[in-house]
Every structure is written in C-alpha cells, then in structure tokens.
Design a protein around this ligand. Structure first.
Ligand SMILES: [Zn+2]
Length: 101
C-alpha cells in the first residue's frame, strides 16, 4: 500500500552501507598495505646491512682518503686495512677486499 514511505526509510541505511564499502574498506586496505610495506622495508633494512649500519662510504675519521682498488670505496688511511705490495702501501675498506687483492 504505502511502499514509498518504506523505501524512503531504507534509503539512509543503504547510503550508510555504501559509505562503509566505499570508504572504510579502502581505508582498511591502505592500512593493511602500509603495514605490509613497512614490514618488508624493515626486513630489507636489517637484511643487507650487517657490518656498517650507518657509516657513509667516505669516512671522515682523519687521515687521507684512499681508494680501495678492489671495490672502489674511498677509505681513510687511519680506518682502513693496509697491505704492502712491492713496497707500496695499499688501503682497503675491509680484510675481505685485502684478501681478494
Ligand atoms: Zn673494499
């Protein structure tokens, strides 16, 4: 009989549902994605950085900067691994590079 009134009464409820679907679902998805991304980034950070966590390649620990002939990193003479080759001192960033030379 009076179906118009019933329809009008249901409309706000429908709008509320689409509001949830259109806004809260994407919001939850974004939150979930950012959480996943953060955990991936955190794992990525703790993965490859083992020995030197926040030390830039050009170390300012005093002394001259010398180029590591193995990996090409510039190391300061005071904070490097050295090796004498034919009377000449060669500077390396690590013992690993010195052994490779
Ligand atoms: Zn090196």
């Amino acid at each position: 009989m009076d179906s118009g009134a019933a329809g009008a009464a249901r409309r706000p409820d429908r709008m509320f549902r689409t509001l949830i679907v259109d806004f809260i679902f994407p919001l939850l998805l974004i939150l979930l994605l950012s959480r996943v991304l953060r955990s991936i980034l955190a794992g990525f950070r703790s993965g490859p950085t083992r020995a030197a966590p926040d030390r830039p390649p050009a170390v300012q620990a005093g002394g001259e900067l010398k180029k590591d002939p193995v990996c090409g990193t510039y190391v300061s003479t005071s904070a490097s691994v050295t090796r004498k080759v034919n009377g000449q001192v060669i500077y390396f960033c690590s013992e690993e590079c010195r052994d490779k030379y």
